[in-house]
Design a protein around this ligand. Sequence first.
Ligand code: HEC
Length: 111
Amino acid sequence: MTRLLTVTAAILASVFLYSTSAAAQDKVTIGTGLISSQKCILCHSIGERGNKKGPLDGIAKKLKPEEIRQWLTNPEEMRAKAKATRTPAMKDPKLTPEQLDALVTYLETLK
Ligand code: HEC
């Protein structure tokens, strides 16, 4: 009986781990697409793609997830806080909660 429980728990745990990492992977894929579709690359670059004046490579080393989220929801305030002067200034991209989540998850992978 204990053995059966252990086996069941192990199976459930691996199914859970698989589905959460698959979900995170989906968000990364969606986030990667949003960088183009939301026109982030007009002002930012990632690797060889986009505007080199605003590289986002390594952004996860510089900013906490909450700070990235704030840039994507309240860029005016972050601009003041960061004393950023580059123009054109970033505007609120008005993302849906799902898009915001996917972009933050993706940007968090840029270490
Ligand atoms: C009109 C130009 C423009 C667009 C479009 C834009 N940004 Fe920005 N963004 C800026 C500027 C300017 C800053 C201030 C920092 C700087 O000077 O690079 C900034 C800052 C940021 C920062 C903080 C960077 C840092 O080094 O601290 C992040 C993260 C960011 N933007 C992500 C995005 C994402 C994701 C998108 C697309 C949804 C986007 N931006 C769209 C102009 C833009």
